[in-house]
Design a protein around this ligand. Sequence first.
Ligand SMILES: [Zn+2]
Length: 396
Amino acid sequence: MPDLLLRGGRPWGLDAQADVLIRDGVIERVGPDLRADPAAEVADVPGRLLLPGLIDAHCHLDKTLFGGRWVPHSAGPALADRIAEERRRRAELGLPDVEHMTALLQRMVASGTTCVRTHTDVVTDHGLAGVEAVWAAQERLGGRVTIEQVAFPQYGVLADPGTAELLDEALRNGVEVIGGIDPAGVDRDPVRHLDIVFALAERHGAGIDIHLHDGGSLGTWQLELIIERAKATGLGGRVAVSHAYGLAQADQATQDRLGRQLADAGVSLVTAAVYNFPVPPIARLRAAGVTIACGHDGIRDLWSPFGSGDMLERAMHLAYRSTFRRDEEIEMALEAATYGGARALGLQAYGLEPGARADIVVVDASTPAEAVVTHPVRDLVIKAGRVVARQGALIG
Ligand SMILES: [Zn+2]
């Protein structure tokens, strides 16, 4: 692969214009007036903002209907309604569908997403079919995006007997992360649920990412159980909790106390900021040292007809739901969609510094906040040093 020189852009975090020289998929140098080898590819990006590749830290590729015919939403209003409706209609709609997943991943890449964590259903109804389908879609993307799967017990671990064995098999087969879901609300036995999830993570050296929708003190109590286990097992830096509605609903003193404990244990939070679902107070949690990541959750599926695959747009929703108005506040939402996601996922060599993997998004915006608010068409998307999208369309 020839060197790639991005000329005249403004990397996020630098106050000045700087060229970026990329060699062998890695950022080699950042600075003014860099010279490139005559064989290098040169892309002029005068005055454009350069961001590190966007990270969708929570989605469900295996559920998506993206790119297919419109399917009117048919589930009732409760979480249990959506679980039951999906279980009823999955086969009829041919899910998981590699075509739909591929279409969504292509849209994500064209929007600047270079890394995705997807929660894949691992359930007794269809075993590891979702995991295999995501791998098939990943193959079709040909390295344009990094995909990490979470083996996700959508119907519970204890409530759907046989699931623990399937989770074990998924991790043995190479799935990187183990999920969980409402240890109390779905499985009605948080201690056993968490014991199983943490034991599997330890056995396979996997990360952990638990859906925690349970609200109020039931939710914060389970968060404490997760923090305790993260510390006891030493898995801290590899544990994430998605949603954490109970934390969002707690009083400020409880939020501050749990914020300190999350930071101390190295447990990350992932939020999607969809509908009116509670969003943890990201500014205060970040100040306490908590890693905050962001994702779409469901995109065009039986859970939600919404979602575009664009993480700048998702960051806008997070900023809006957080009542952020000032640039430095809005940048916190972008941080969740970039550096925060990278920390939560444990990505190495992420960013815009020399030595980082060259995952870069070029966007026409005067500031990062403007990029979030207007989320314009991405001028260029670079994955590991290779231009993979230009002007919002996939190439190469
Ligand atoms: Zn989810």
